[in-house]
Design a binder for this molecule. Structure first.
Ligand SMILES: CC(C)(COP(=O)(O)OP(=O)(O)OC[C@H]1O[C@@H](n2cnc3c(N)ncnc32)[C@H](O)[C@@H]1OP(=O)(O)O)[C@@H](O)C(=O)NCCC(=O)NCCS
Length: 150
């Protein structure tokens, strides 16, 4: 597994990963349509002030890790294609990403029911700092996890 810069050719693969129904339920995330997804990546995610890396595993694009600023917090998020789940890829990718994304504290919002993602964050040193209550309109409660400050 290694991280590299995101290329435009990676985006259709990320799109396929994010339209997976199982992954969407896990992340409690609304799917973007094809054009909206590509546009979001090209105009928002891939801005110079953000950090984004493609995860390569077994010679394939396995997902991404990305960080950005929102409401005064530096946030991190990641997505791994289902065919690559359960091999420790997200944990290794986030660990490596945390070397190049040095901002602390670093935060992540995760759905309460997303046990896998909460575990990935815990294994990388994040701790729960806030529990959203009441849940959002869609009924999904989220937890705020934090790493740092240094
Ligand atoms: C969550 C996600 C990133 C996990 O990726 P992964 O590469 O399979 O994770 P890892 O193999 O590194 O697993 C890390 C730990 O989580 C556990 N885990 C992973 N998925 C799990 C699941 N669905 N249920 C319970 N535990 C799970 C693993 O057992 C492992 O724990 P362990 O070391 O104690 O055994 C991946 O499923 C994904 O991208 N899901 C859809 C998008 C998403 O939820 N993104 C995060 C939004 S906050």
């Amino acid at each position: 597994m290694f991280l590299r810069n995101v290329t435009d050719e990676d985006l259709p693969i990320f799109f396929q990963h994010q339209r997976d129904e199982v992954a969407l339920r896990m992340a409690a995330f609304p799917a973007r349509e094809h054009d909206a997804f590509l546009n979001h990546w090209r105009t928002k995610v891939l801005r110079p002030e953000n950090e984004s890396r493609t995860i390569v595993a077994d010679g394939e694009v396995a997902g991404y890790v990305s960080s950005w600023e929102q409401d005064g917090q530096r946030l991190v998020a990641y997505w791994v294609g289902r065919e690559h789940w359960g091999k420790g890829i997200a944990t290794r990718a986030l660990s490596e990403f945390l070397v190049l994304e040095a901002t602390r504290p670093l935060h992540a919002w995760v759905a309460v029911h997303n046990i896998g993602s909460r575990r990935v964050l815990e294994k990388c040193g994040f701790r729960e700092v806030a529990h959203e209550n009441p849940p959002q309109e869609d009924g999904v409660a989220e937890v705020l996890m934090m790493l740092g400050p240094k």
